[in-house]
Write a protein that binds this ligand. Structure first.
Ligand code: 5GP
Ligand code: MG
Length: 188
């Protein structure tokens, strides 16, 4: 492990999922998705930026033709709680008519983000099928229910960082997922 990563790790309260556990589960998810989409082409829509590392590992492990589209969405705006407002492009920048779509996000929390994006894709892009995958699902009451087809891990309702997920831009390059130590938050 690099000195830089070791330094960042020391500001975590604890590691929740280590790199090996994440990689093993992501490979299992790839097998499930391959089975369900067998014989077809997969059109992936991934929400940025948190799902960046997850989607990179997942898609490189999927043995199917894939088209990748990204959508930048934000509801946290730098804090550790959802603002309840989902911000994204006015018009969705892709044509998904008749495609088999897999919508991917890092975390299912209140459900607002995925519910909003999913409804917009269904209404505006008219895909043939639409499934949803998340790496993490928090055990908590949802503000919006969302049907999710693939879940990597169920976790408690705590703020996590690492493996693509940030606190004010920090921590994304950690290979593991951890809980922040509130006494040692980085200066922004
Ligand atoms: P929801 O709209 O379901 O409340 O929130 C989903 C989005 O909030 C996720 O895409 C993710 O970007 C962000 N989010 C939710 N929980 C966490 C968390 O524990 N850590 C980080 N870094 N982001 C989170
Ligand atoms: Mg996100």
């Amino acid at each position: 492990m690099s000195k830089a990563v070791a330094g960042v790790l020391s500001s975590l309260d604890r590691v929740l999922l280590n790199a090996e556990t994440i990689q093993r589960r992501v490979a299992d998810m790839a097998r499930e998705i391959e089975r369900d989409f067998a014989g077809g082409e997969l059109s992936v829509v991934t929400l940025m930026d948190g799902a960046l590392f997850f989607v990179a590992d997942l898609l490189r492990s999927i043995d199917l033709p894939v088209r990748l589209h990204t959508l930048t969405v934000s509801s946290y705006h730098g804090g550790t709680n959802s603002t309840g407002r989902v911000q994204m492009a006015q018009t969705l920048p892709f044509d998904l008519t008749t495609r088999h779509v897999l919508l991917i996000d890092d975390i299912l929390d209140t459900g607002l983000t995925l519910a909003t994006v999913r409804e917009r894709i269904l209404a505006e892009c008219k895909p043939d099928t639409l499934r949803v995958a998340v790496l993490l699902s928090k055990r908590r009451q949802r503000e919006r229910e969302v049907p999710v087809d693939y879940v990597g891990f169920e976790i408690e309702d705590e703020f996590v960082v690492g493996y693509g997920m940030d606190y004010q831009g920090h921590y994304r390059n950690l290979p593991c997922i951890g809980i922040l130590n509130p006494g040692r938050l980085p200066q922004s």
